[in-house]
Write a protein that binds this ligand. Structure first.
Ligand code: TYM
Length: 328
């Protein structure tokens, strides 16, 4: 029996890719590649839901692809492509727009947060989960590995698939979100009550994947903690807890081992060790990234090949959808 699963996930090319993206999502994509059929997508159509400078968007899209390759996404095992290169995404999104009830979309917490006090947000920002559902459903996806903040959107994609199948007959595979237990919600270093975010206006709370070592050291040294003593995993101490989770994930050590290591030691020692561990964790990724981006023609050909492989899969589903709906 074939137990291989179809995996799909996406990431926005908005620049500022950070350690939360890596620990919550990208590292899981890379780790399970050989067991499954994977598609990983740089979602430029999602990025333009807020204004992007055109030249920067183009640059960030290539950079994002370079980062994914540097983080271990292998074109041999995964289809890596850019969303706007496969026009079926936008086309299916329109059809799903006509199936998804307004009420479902209005409940999306990310939209509510992002649109707060802003009259001039784009229609695209509101509609963003419909495009995300199209991304997922086009490839008959079984599993969608994402960080905690995207869970609600993947559930909307699942509900949309069910609704469409009920209305028009079996068409879509029902996808499920896969959320890593640990690291699925890395918090800001400057404010451990808010998730680390690409759009955070406070750069000091965000460790970027391409930060030079000294920037990483400074940010970790300044990370907000408390005045209690003892380096222990205690969710009631959110600043310390977040740093310890990062330490745990980048070193691969167990929790009790970590607590033993820092018994009788203070924040100074812990933060120094954490900073060095993060620097070493990101070093090979940064080296590989420099190699990939030094050869833009190769990067573009990997993306062109990815789109060429994704397109027929997407078109097959779109054709079926159109038949089901009665288009054409
Ligand atoms: P994006 O680009 O905001 O984030 C990419 C991935 O990183 C995860 N993530 C985090 N994980 C842990 N801690 C954090 N602080 C943190 N911040 C972000 C996100 O959960 C995500 O998995 N809409 C999506 C992109 C998308 C997509 C899709 C994903 C478009 N189509 C289809 C899955 C399937 C987004 O903006 O992710």
């Amino acid at each position: 029996m074939d137990t291989r699963k179809r995996i799909f996930s996406g990431i926005q090319p908005s620049g500022n890719t950070h350690i939360g993206n890596l620990l919550g999502a990208i590292r899981h994509w890379a780790a399970r590649q050989t067991e499954n059929d994977n598609l990983f997508c740089v979602v430029d159509l999602h990025a333009i839901t807020v204004y992007q400078d055109p030249a920067e968007l183009k640059k960030h899209t290539r950079e994002m692809a370079g980062l994914l390759l540097a983080a271990g996404i292998s074109p041999q095992h995964s289809i890596l492509f850019v969303q706007s290169h496969v026009s079926a995404h936008a086309e299916l999104a329109w059809i799903l727009n006509c199936v998804i009830p307004m009420g479902w979309m209005s409940r999306m917490t990310q939209y509510k947060e992002k649109s707060k006090n802003r009259e001039n947000v784009s229609v695209g920002l509101f509609d963003y989960p419909a495009l995300m559902a199209a991304d997922i459903l086009l490839y008959q996806t079984h599993q969608v590995p994402v960080g905690e903040d995207q869970k609600q959107h993947v559930e909307l994609a699942r509900d949309t698939a069910q609704r469409f199948n009920n209305l028009f007959g079996e068409t879509f595979t029902i996808p499920e979100p896969v959320i890593a237990g640990n690291g699925a919600r890395i918090m800001g270093l400057d404010d451990p009550t808010k998730k680390m975010s690409k759009s955070s206006p406070r750069a000091e709370g965000v460790i970027l994947l391409l930060d030079p070592p000294d920037a990483i050291r400074t940010k970790i040294r300044r990370a907000k903690t408390d005045s209690l003593s003892g380096i222990v995993f205690d969710e009631g101490r959110p600043g310390l807890y977040n740093l310890l989770v990062i330490y745990e994930l980048v070193t691969g050590l167990g929790r009790s081992e970590i607590e033993d290591r820092f018994t009788g030691k203070g924040y100074g020692v812990f933060k120094n060790e954490l900073a060095e561990a993060v620097v070493e964790y990101l070093r090979p990724l940064q080296t590989r990234y420099a190699e990939f981006t030094a050869d833009p023609a190769r990067l573009d050909s990997i993306l062109a090949e990815g789109a060429a492989k994704a397109r027929p899969l997407a078109e097959q589903t779109l054709k079926l959808v159109k038949e089901r709906v009665g288009l054409g």
